[in-house]
Design a protein around this ligand. Structure first.
Ligand code: F6R
Length: 612
């Protein structure tokens, strides 16, 4: 993970870099640092957040119009002042920031030590800057040439920026498997992990490809070469991202803003893609490949974390509507076994960030086996959509809170639409049901708004169970993955241990945990198996568990049994996860806030998991 930003231009670099780092902090926040060029390499770094870094800066020393910064999510070496980036070469003239992992750093370090290099940190990154220094000094090369040659020796993932104290008019960057974007402003130039630090200054960017090295000169000349030294001819793209989307907009946390944005973001993910009145639905990315989808013998969905939960719901949807056998795979597992993939399979990769290393690796593996790969991604221009054969953006806008909320519901919206389109295309759902589903899908944004209006009630329940150490989440059918998602949201932001289970599985083990201190959140909106859920709730109550039930409006039966109920509007069961997840997001949010947790930047986590 880690966030990188670099600048060369006519303005003071430091404020631009610090502001950029704050935007990139979602990528990692255990330490931060900057290097500013002004005749010498002025480097400041420390353990902690970007605001901690601001406290250790010596103002007079950070004047300069070229520099770079880094916010870290530790891989090699604990988060401390020494392991924080930038790292320096032995002579102190070169500095590097890095996002990724140099897998062969041990071998490189030993070889460099034999040549007389000594290291101050435990990081793989410091080894890389010494390697660049060694190659440069031995062969009397330019910075970019030495960087290019050094990267040929590297195994692993990297997005890097390298500066030379003796050349304040140049920045060099490179990437492989971790993202790096080049921003072309008016007399000023940027490199960053994503476009968020850049949009304030320019909408013109180039997304670097793997194994490319860019050299940017202060006068605006730039050159991109592969690490094999071939000159490339990259396309300058225009990005459509405005600065307000990156602000909290009056909310206390990004997570709360993103939860509340869902009526709009769900509507955005459907915009121009369906009309229930006119009876049509289409996804641009599917249009050219309808035959392939129609004839698919199997769909394999692959993802991580919350995206994996959305994929699990899609398994139910694709099988129910389109009758296509569907499997769901953790991307990290998929790639490390030898999966059987045939040309008749359709692989769907899901990712909010579009950068998750395991998902990307799964895509590459499937591609190498000749599969057709469809990406469902939020982050426009990220690596996964550039690697897949086709796909759909979910258009949820930037998701900055580390816990995914609006991206989940937008992923679900697109997946539901895909399943409906496929069911209709294959003649597996009637015209009447097709239109009904489209109409219900169109009503989701207003139903979500109705649930959000119950925030105070949800906050009250949060206050009642906030001191628990454990929680159980139960759901059946479509709501089983929602139970997993509810549990994940709670554990990641409040640090309460939480487990999601299929409701009926409770009696095969987890029931042993239930006592008067155990909150059990039951997603009980299903029309099918309602009786069974009622029985599961009775089993919990018989053991004195505290039941928080998410029920359909008017369900008085469960209301009488549960300790707390949250009513949500009725919707066709396959669409119900789009509603039932909303109270769970709010419940986790309020519990975490009441426990004093940093909900936007939970400990040990990062938004974009670009390491395997
Ligand atoms: C949980 C969460 C993570 C991500 C996971 C995959 O709230 O955000 O579990 O869902 O890291 O990330 P993407 O979707 O970016 O591939």
């Amino acid at each position: 993970m880690c966030g990188i930003v670099a600048y060369v231009g006519s303005k003071e670099a430091y404020p631009i870099i610090i502001e950029g780092l704050k935007r990139l902090e979602y990528r990692g926040y255990d330490s931060a640092g900057v290097s500013i060029l002004n005749g010498t390499m002025n480097t400041f770094k420390c353990k902690g957040k970007v605001t901690d870094l601001e406290q250790v800066i010596v103002k007079e020393k950070i004047k300069g119009t070229a520099g770079m910064g880094h916010t870290r999510w530790a891989t090699h070496g604990v988060p401390n002042n020494i392991n924080a980036h930038p790292h320096l070469s032995g002579d102190g003239n070169l500095a590097i920031v890095h996002n990724g992992i140099i897998e062969n750093y041990g071998t490189l370090r030993t070889a460099l030590e034999k040549l007389g290099h000594s290291f101050v940190s435990d990081t793989d990154t410091e080894v890389l800057i010494h390697l660049i220094e060694e190659i440069r000094n031995t062969n009397d090369l330019s910075l970019e040439e030495a960087t290019r040659r050094a990267l040929q020796k590297v195994v692993g993932a990297y997005a890097i920026v390298v500066l030379d104290a003796n050349d304040p008019d140049k920045i060099v960057g490179a990437k492989k498997s971790s993202p790096l974007v080049f921003g072309l402003g008016d007399g000023e130039y940027f490199l960053a992990s994503d476009a968020s630090p850049i949009v304030k200054y320019t909408d013109k960017v180039i997304y670097l490809e793997d194994e490319e090295v860019i050299t940017i000169h202060r006068n605006g000349d730039y050159e991109i070469r592969t690490i094999e030294n071939e000159l490339t001819d990259p396309e300058v793209q225009q990005i459509d991202l405005n600065i307000e989307e990156l602000e909290k907009g009056g909310y206390e946390h990004y997570m709360l803003k993103e939860i509340y944005q869902q009526p709009q973001t769900i509507a955005e993910s459907m915009r121009g893609r369906l009309s229930a009145d006119e009876g049509w639905a289409k996804l641009g990315g599917m249009e050219q490949h309808l035959t392939r989808f129609k004839n698919a013998k199997r769909i394999i969905l692959t993802a991580c974390g919350t995206s994996w939960h959305a994929a699990m719901i899609a398994e139910y949807l694709f099988e129910e509507f389109a009758r296509i056998p569907t499997e769901v795979e953790y991307a990290s597992e998929f790639r490390y076994r030898n999966p059987i993939i045939t040309p008749d399979d359709v692989i769907i990769a899901l990712s909010q960030s579009g950068e998750t290393a395991d998902t990307l690796a799964a895509v590459k593996l499937a591609k190498s086996k000749g599969a057709f790969i469809y990406g469902i991604v939020n982050n426009v221009g990220s690596t996964i959509p550039r690697t897949t054969d086709s796909g759909s953006y979910i258009h949820a806008g930037p998701e900055i809170g580390v816990a995914s909320t609006k991206a989940f519901t937008s992923q679900l919206t697109v997946l539901t639409l895909m399943a409906i389109i496929l069911g209709h295309l294959k003649g597996k759902i009637s015209e009447g049901y097709y239109r009904q589903l489209l109409s219900e899908l169109e009503s989701v944004p207003s139903l979500v708004a109705k649930i959000l209006a119950k925030a105070d009630q949800i906050k009250y329940i949060a206050g009642e169970i906030r001191n628990t150490s454990n929680a159980l989440y139960l759901g059946r059918g479509y709501n089983f993955p929602v139970a997993l998602e509810g549990a994940l949201k709670l554990k990641e932001i409040s640090y309460i241990h939480a487990e999601g289970y299929p409701a009926a599985e409770m009696k095969h083990g987890p029931i042993a945990l239930i006592d008067m201190y155990m909150p059990v959140v039951v997603i009980a909106t299903n029309k099918s198996a309602h009786e069974k859920i009622v029985s599961n709730i009775q089993e919990v109550k018989a053991r004195k568990g505290i039941v928080v039930a998410i029920v359909t409006e008017g369900d008085t039966r469960i209301k009488e049994m549960a300790d707390f109920t949250i009513e949500i509007p009725y919707i066709e069961e396959p669409l119900s996860p789009l509603l039932s997840v909303i109270p769970l997001q709010l419940l986790s949010y309020y519990i975490a806030v009441m426990r004093g947790c940093n909900v936007d930047q939970p400990r040990n986590l990062a938004k974009s998991v670009t390491v395997e």
